[in-house]
Design a protein around this ligand. Sequence first.
Ligand SMILES: [Zn+2]
Length: 503
Amino acid sequence: MGVFVLGIDGLSLECLRRLSNKGHLNSISFLAERYFKAIAKACFPPQTVPAWTSIFTGVNPGKHGVFGFFNAEGGSTRVCSSLDVKFPYIFEILSMHKRSVVVYNVPLSYPFRVLYGVGVPDWLAGNGKVLIKHEKRNLIEDIVKRRVYLNPLLRSVLGWRKFAEILEKELKIRKWVLEGLLEFHFLENYFIVLSDLDWIMHSFYHVITGKNEVPNFIKKVLDEFDSLVDSLIGRAIRRNLDIIIASDHGFKTYSKVVFVNTILRKLGLARGFTIRRVSEKAPVKKLQMHKPSRTGIIEKTLAVLFDSLQRVPLANNIHRQIYKKVISSNVRFFVDSNISLAFASLSIPAFFININSKIEAKDKYTNYVVRLLSGIRDKYNRRVFGLVAKKDQIYWGAFVNKAPDICIFGNVKAGYITSPVLMGVPAIRKITNYHDFDAVLIAKSESIPRTNHRVISIYDIAPSLYALLDIPIQKGLDGKSLVNKKESYVNYIIRWKIASKVH
Ligand SMILES: [Zn+2]
């Protein structure tokens, strides 16, 4: 018997509850009410790329080596791909066992290294090619060739209204393709990720959780999404597949933005002033590449203006307007990383702080910065940062040294989200929809007992899949199997490395 893994990017139990109150995601609620349901704690950072990689490998980023969307090795920054993942995916191990898989839109699965079955690239891979390695290649191809690639970048170019129209059409075609693949019983196991809900929630989560009606063009997309999910789950049930519904992180509406570099600058740790331009070539606007621009006369004038502005008390509202202008433009104010002792790297939100590598006794200095930042409190005596820790407190494994020095996250309960953008004030009030750590796992299988209110880890998903599939579990996974079966362990790494090179 096979597994049907449906990944819903950005789904949390709260989100599921809110959406089903509005009449959506009924088949997922149906399973959640009757079978296994748990909060699955995400990895750090709770972001799409490292989290899905942890879900399908079963290890923390210190072992798989992916900490974000970008790889900044060798002086240049590029979007990560499967080649950056240093640990085998469960669907690769299945392929090595000649057990067929469908891998559909799984982040960082492309290029497909070890595959028996069919691989459809994820949106990060751009216009990547479908790969089919199966005896029934022609049958599969007839179905898969109908799929269309929808570039998520169009969302910021066209605006949501127009994008929603195109997405609706694409969802109809995607449904047809996936239904077709589920008809083929010779395809045994399914690993499908749907990214659409994450895109919707970044813009509309505060609407979904509020009392207001969801705009009609979004409702239409959600209806089409429901129709796809209902159909796939229905088919998986009829095929008697074990069903796993998983997400990579949850969502939350934050009410304040904390400017980490501004705080570091006030503490005398970050220094200087630079302007970064956002590259137009990034695959989506969210994934901005930042290139330092040459310091010209305009930059120098702005730097002086910026410093003098800090001495002028401005109303919070004006800072909010400035921040909005900055975010919608293609320039970012930033500190000078060459002369700064500590600075938050440019990702939104800010997840990481780097310590200048020229500093002597860097380790001691890192401890000092961690202590300093952990102690910062707001006027209600709440911590501003819910998490400040050295990389080796958060990660373990062979690739911890690839991680930035300090991990940081705003106080989720207090509604604080971090930003690396340099501003005149340390924080502003602003509603922002962003991820939190509470992902979800729902499972329908005779081997997974029904429980209530359990909290598990996203690292538990891969060992559970190994156990459901009756193959020995890869050694060194970071989670525990939830399946009631005797476990055995094997190390596939060497065979996997050889197989990766052959394909
Ligand atoms: Zn995500």
